[in-house]
Structures are given as structure tokens and as C-alpha cells.
Design a protein around this ligand. Structure first.
Ligand SMILES: Nc1ncnc2c1ncn2[C@@H]1O[C@H](COP(=O)(O)OP(=O)(O)OP(=O)(O)O)[C@@H](O)[C@H]1O
Length: 202
């Protein structure tokens, strides 16, 4: 169980998250929406341990989120091209954090023949799936999917979710689906929460 309690965070004195709490149960698929700039990616960074909030805490199984990385909560960022080194081939990208898991590669339709290719030699959908596969680490219990298919055409997006959701379910992994796409959230999520943009005083 992942629990965020009364999280507040400001950038340069400007509040972005204020007194925000949520829970995510094992295997749950939770949707997160809200206007651009409301703090969804910031919350994702707090939940994964990449950002320390000004107030509040994130608990994993009732204890402070482990500082050691990779931790149980992985934040899959929006732009796969920014998450992979363009000079590395796919084989190296996939093996960087842990040996590639054959079940993950199969579920995400990652072909062995791509191993020698570089990110620029994959389609957008292929690169998104390669980027995603890297976050399925032995420690991963929660995947935060931050607009991971926003840049893809409908068929590529569908292929990714069709691979990802059953795989996560089979492992009891929870998903936090951040998306502006209401139909996608309705199709995937059993529960949804919405972040409101806080008033700005400049
Ligand atoms: N490191 C930072 N320093 C200063 N301000 C930041 C930083 N990171 C994010 N912000 C600001 O915090 C606010 C929330 O950003 P965030 O990326 O979390 O929004 P979001 O809800 O994910 O938006 P979108 O839907 O457009 O992706 C924005 O106003 C952004 O400019």
C-alpha cells in the first residue's frame, strides 16, 4: 500500500501541492487528472521519492519510502526520448538497470531484433514500450504512468496499454494513470482523483 499524507510543496514560494493525501492499494489502477500545471507530474515525483515535499510524508507499507533507488514506486515519464540515452542501442537500454525480463519483453511486444537499433531507429510506439520496459524492475510495486501514450496514435497507445495492464495485474502491481484523456481513464481505472490548479500569486 502506498499512502501520501498531507503533502504540500511549493516552487520558489509558489504552492503547487497543498495538503494532498491519497492511497493506492496493491493491484489498484487509479486515474489522476487535472488541468495543465496542476501538479500531477510533481506529485508523481514526490510519490516516487525523487522530490521531497515541504510538508507531509509518503509511506510505503506503513514506513517511510525507502531512499535507496530503484525503489518500489517507479515514475514513467511523459517523453520516452528524454528517458533513454540516444547513443545507446536498445539492448543496452533494456539491460541498464537489471537484466531484461523475458515476460515483460513479450507482453510489451519488444522484438529481439531491435537490440542493435538506437532510439531514433524505432517508431514512437516502439520506443515508448522500450522505455516502459525499463521500469519493470524486480523491486517495482507501483508504476506511475505519466501521460505515457499522449504522443502516440490510437493504435500504438492501445497496443501499449493492452500489454501493460494485464502484465501489471498479473504481478499485483498498482498503476497510477496520469492522463488528460477521460475515455482512457474510464476504460482503465477503478477510481479517479482530480488535482485542481492552485491560485497563483506572482
Ligand atoms: N523544478 C521546478 N521548478 C519550478 N517550478 C516547477 C518545477 N517543476 C514544475 N514546476 C511548476 O509546477 C507546476 C506544476 O507542474 P507539473 O509538471 O507538476 O504540472 P502537471 O499537472 O503535470 O502539468 P501537465 O498536465 O501540463 O503535464 C507548473 O506550474 C510548473 O511550471
Amino acid at each position: 500500500m502506498l499512502r501520501a499524507e498531507a503533502i504540500s510543496l511549493a516552487f520558489g514560494g509558489r504552492p503547487v501541492l497543498q495538503d494532498l493525501s491519497l492511497t493506492l492499494a496493491p493491484g489498484e489502477v487509479l486515474g489522476l487528472c487535472g488541468p495543465s500545471g496542476a501538479g500531477k507530474s510533481t506529485l508523481a515525483r514526490v510519490l516516487s521519492g525523487a522530490l521531497t515535499p515541504d510538508a507531509g510524508r509518503v509511506l510505503w507499507q506503513g514506513a517511510a519510502l525507502p531512499r535507496r533507488q530503484p525503489g518500489p514506486v517507479q515514475h514513467v515519464p511523459q517523453a520516452p526520448e528524454l528517458a533513454v540515452d540516444p547513443r545507446w542501442n536498445v539492448g543496452r537500454i533494456l539491460a541498464n538497470a537489471a537484466p531484461p525480463d523475458p515476460e515483460v519483453l513479450a507482453a510489451l511486444a519488444i522484438r529481439p531484433g531491435w537490440a542493435d537499433r538506437h532510439p531514433a531507429e524505432l517508431s514512437g510506439g516502439e520506443l515508448a514500450r522500450v522505455s516502459l520496459a525499463r521500469f519493470f524492475l524486480p523491486q517495482t510495486r507501483v508504476l506511475i504512468c505519466d501521460e505515457i501514450t499522449a504522443q502516440l496514435d490510437a493504435l500504438s497507445a492501445q497496443a501499449l496499454w493492452r500489454g501493460l495492464v494485464p502484465l501489471a495485474r498479473s504481478r499485483g502491481m498498482a498503476l497510477l494513470v496520469i492522463s488528460h484523456d477521460a475515455a482512457l481513464r474510464r476504460a482503465l481505472c477503478s477510481r479517479q482523483i482530480s488535482l485542481e490548479a492552485l491560485p497563483t500569486t506572482v
